[in-house]
Design a protein around this ligand. Structure first.
Ligand code: FAD
Length: 328
């Protein structure tokens, strides 16, 4: 996957957006906006493609229907949000279109009339740039910031003038020999999942970096079915691996819950957690900057708070009735 790319003026850059579901984060508007920006930079047209939520189609029928429309309408760049569905659909649509998919792009830049797909590697320390060979339809999933405050100036090409293509997937009969059949859905292991996809994160900073506290952090993360993240000094000192780093030079995360333990809240770190739905901080310093970024904060020493929290959560998990813990 290298060399030039051809996105002629008439070619379309298409955002493939799933119909919004109740309670789910809607990345559609942000993705459509991203597609419009890429299209504008390439001198191409922007479009969006979606389907009717009422269609209980399997992944393969949906991919076939989408690929048919994309091929017929001359799509050259096809973008999905880098979420669970996008990561499933993109490779199958790419297969239907006889091309490849770049999954997990942090960014897309246009250089010399060519779309360049940027992926972070080595836990965010390095960036890898990929381009498609000339003539290929370009399929990619791109990380989308769905934080409402981060909404940028809308792209000029975005809006009612960008055509919306709606596909009607027709579930194939059993006899059609589907190549993909979902047997079960295995949730990712929170211990190893890419932090960008973690639902709950226990973030640890210098204030929680002793061996004893790090053990308690791991216990807490397990009890919350969450993942462990860290600030840069914790990673630089070798307490946790680089892929656990959150912030400007690490992962950008968007969990339901971010627990910031012994983290001061430097701009470099906070830059990576602004997409979190809820931030809860524990710090011995009531004036630590993280407090002003948090939905709730508790002032206390982690040496006191963490063991008590772990004890209480274990008791809840095991259904054991414990008297009110004065240390909690
Ligand atoms: C170019 C550049 C890029 C950077 N990129 C990143 C990045 O991507 N991610 C990142 O995280 N950092 C990054 N940094 C570093 C960043 O500027 C901060 O130095 C770092 O985030 C601070 O980490 P910290 O909050 O763990 O430590 P500190 O700032 O030292 O804060 C420790 C906190 O723990 C509290 N505390 C201490 N002991 C206890 C205790 N016993 N109980 C409770 N609380 C306690 C303290 O009150 C304090 O608030 C970058 C720096 C530079 C220059």
């Amino acid at each position: 996957m290298s060399g030039g790319s051809d996105t002629s003026a008439a070619a379309a850059v298409v955002a493939v957006t799933s119909p919004p579901r109740d309670g789910a984060v809607d990345a559609g508007a942000a993705l459509t906006d991203r597609a419009a920006r890429v299209a504008a930079a390439l001198g191409a047209q922007a479009a969006a493609l979606t389907w009717d939520l009422a269609d209980e189609a399997d992944l393969e029928s949906l991919s076939r229907a989408a690929a048919g429309v994309l091929r017929d309408r001359g799509a050259r760049v096809v973008l999905f949000a880098d979420d669970d569905l996008g990561r499933q659909l993109a490779p199958v649509v790419a297969l239907e279109l006889r091309t490849a998919a770049v999954v997990g792009c942090a960014d897309i830049v246009v250089r010399g009339g060519c779309a360049v797909y940027v992926k972070t590697v080595q836990g965010g320390w390095l960036e890898r740039e990929l381009t498609f060979a000339a003539g290929c339809i370009q399929v990619a999933t791109v990380q989308i910031d769905t934080a409402p405050a981060a909404a940028a100036e809308p792209a000029a090409a975005c809006g009612p003038q960008a055509p919306l293509w709606i596909v009607a997937p027709v579930p194939a009969p059993e006899s059609a020999g589907l190549r993909v059949r979902r047997l079960d859905l295995e949730p990712p292991d929170p211990k190893t999942v890419d932090l960008a996809h973690a639902r709950r994160i226990v973030g640890v900073g210098v204030g929680g970096a002793s061996a004893e506290l790090l053990d308690a952090v791991a216990d807490l993360a397990e009890l919350l079915e969450g993942s462990v993240g860290a600030t840069r000094p914790v990673v630089d000192d070798g307490h946790l691996p680089k892929e656990r780093l959150i912030g400007q030079t690490g992962r950008t995360v968007a969990p339901e819950l971010y627990l910031a333990l012994g983290i001061s809240g430097s701009p470099h770190h906070v830059a990576g957690v602004q997409g979190a739905e809820h931030i809860v901080a524990v710090n011995r310093d009531e004036h630590a900057p993280i407090v002003s970024f948090s939905d709730a904060s508790f002032v206390g020493r982690l040496e006191d708070v963490l063991p008590a929290l772990v004890r209480q959560l274990r008791a809840i998990r095991d259904g054991v009735h414990t008297p009110e813990d004065p240390g909690a």
